[in-house]
Design a protein. Structure first.
Ligand code: HEM
Length: 467
């Protein structure tokens, strides 16, 4: 079996699923989409509640479903290779996730249930909501208010095939479970073909990387990792599956949040900010996000550069007083790239950076709602935010509650993250890029949380041998 060191250190060039060595067993038993995104254009998310009286049938169904549709990390890579070589699509991709209550409803004893604390408590828990700044459960969408036991993610590039498969799966499911809620997601792109979110900004650029192909790509595009090393050890995303049937059975915690985006409101606020500071709108947007819509980091430039692949090899060393990229900017709040070590004297820069890096999450979100990027919806569109991690408390919850929300991170007076900080508040905005003078402006919160839950992604050997 793999040793803890095999998860806390990774090979220089990451893990190569085509030549996995000692990681073969892990990749064969781990669900796909965790170490590397599945990349399909369309996805459907089904939220389920088991009927406790029929838990044996439910287990049988999960087993068959997993054998048919759920892909391992290894299989995902083999399919991708075949696609690159022969153009043959990998077809349907699926994941299967359980909540703590879902394990219980299937009859699992407490010591068999993954025990990360927020996972045990659930996202509706009052303490958790208080900590994250989330709205009352009565204000969530009705489907999310109910007791969720499982989540199935089904994805494909072929929308027709996806919808047909989902219909078929729903018919089967109705015999053994209640389908509480459904979300249909898709990948939004700009005219240059880059993946964007509804406000129009390139998304998914900065991610922790585990897999060789992705690491090599980043190294080539970005001339290495001199300013920011996006490589990450497996132990920030994987934990042992307590029910795994192999030596190297691992799983991961998933945070799921439906985040509605008021695009019209955001655009107007962005115009207001531009007028207040007497700057162009795209720069105003960059001061909110930390990157221009095309992905150019605003700490590097006051104009967009239209790079095909935006850089991720940067940090804030040349912007320590945040006159270029404000401390409140979304990407600086959610990944300070060394800021904490500069602001706090202990425990020292390198150690602080190490701690910061342990908070990283693996984002796998997709958009929902309006598909036409020329529209500016106020309601009904947004981000189905998904992220994987080894410890929810130390990763997603930490980022949202200790970094994005507080006024005083990374230091007193910074204000909340204008994209996701709850509650909204006022920030200081540079009047001229690269100069000290600032103006106050309260960028309103245009993202609202509509519901969500904490899940675990069990190993395949558990799913396929459920009894
Ligand atoms: C990066 C948008 C919610 C964490 C980004 C980027 C955009 C973006 C445009 C820059 C692209 C990139 O660097 O990959 C949004 C929108 C959200 C949202 C529109 C809500 C609707 C969240 C939430 C979290 C989060 C809830 C976690 C609490 C991050 C992180 C990065 C990021 C960690 C990468 C930062 C870096 O490494 O530089 N987001 N985001 N985002 N976001 Fe969000």
């Amino acid at each position: 079996p793999l040793k803890p060191e095999d998860l806390s250190n990774i090979p220089e060039t990451g893990i190569d699923p085509e030549n996995p060595g000692k990681y073969q067993g892990l990749l064969e038993d781990l669900q796909g989409n965790i170490l590397k995104g599945h990349g399909r254009d369309y996805s459907v998310h089904l939220f389920l509640q088991w009927d406790r009286e029929q838990s044996d049938d439910a287990k049988q169904w999960i087993k068959t479903f997993s054998q048919t549709y759920v892909k391992s990390a290894k299989q995902q890579s083999d399919d991708a290779l075949r696609y690159r070589k022969e153009g043959i699509s990998g077809g349907i991709f699926a994941n299967f996730f359980l909540t703590r209550k879902g394990y219980e409803a299937l009859g699992f004893a407490p010591f068999k249930i993954p025990k990360n604390q927020p996972f045990t408590m659930g996202m509706k828990n009052q303490q958790i909501r208080g900590f994250l700044g989330d709205p009352e459960v009565e204000k969530w969408e009705i489907g999310f208010q109910k007791e969720i036991h499982a989540l199935i993610l089904i994805a494909d590039d072929d929308l027709n095939n996806l919808l047909q498969t989902v219909n078929h799966i729903c018919q089967e499911l109705r015999q053994i479970a209640v389908i509480l809620h459904r979300e249909d997601g898709f990948i939004l792109r700009n005219k240059a073909g880059q993946i964007i979110e509804h406000f129009g900004f390139v998304d998914g650029v900065s991610q922790p990387l585990f897999i060789k192909r992705e690491i090599v790509k980043a190294q080539v595009n970005d001339c290495g990792f001199s300013q920011w090393d996006s490589r990450a050890p497996l132990d920030i995303v994987l934990v042992k599956d307590p029910n795994g049937k192999t030596e190297d059975s691992y799983g991961s915690y998933l945070v799921y949040r439906k985040l509605e985006q008021n695009v019209k409101g955001f655009r107007e606020d962005q115009e207001n900010l531009a007028r207040t500071l007497n700057i162009k709108e795209d720069l105003a947007g960059a001061l909110v996000v930390g990157r221009f819509p095309d992905g150019t980091p605003v700490t590097k430039s006051d104009i967009p550069t239209y790079a095909v692949t935006p850089t991720n090899n940067f940090n804030y060393d040349e912007d320590v007083s945040a006159t270029k990229c404000p401390f409140h900017a979304h990407i600086r709040k959610t990944n300070p790239r060394g800021d904490t070590g500069r602001v706090e004297s202990s425990p020292g820069y390198d150690e602080s950076l190490g701690i910061e890096r342990s908070h990283r999450i693996t984002r796998r979100g997709v958009s929902y709602g309006e598909k036409d990027p020329n529209q500016a919806p106020e309601r009904g569109s947004g981000l189905l935010f998904l992220c994987f991690q080894a410890d929810i408390e130390n990763q997603f919850n930490f980022i949202q509650a200790r970094w994005a929300n507080p006024n005083r991170f990374v230091k007193v007076g910074v204000g909340p993250d204008p994209l996701i900080g709850q509650p909204q508040g006022s920030q200081k905005w540079p009047e001229k890029w690269g100069e000290e003078d600032t103006k106050d402006h309260c960028f309103k919160l245009w993202v609202s949380m509509k519901g969500g839950e904490y899940f675990f992604a069990p190993s395949l050997s558990f799913l396929m041998k459920l009894t």
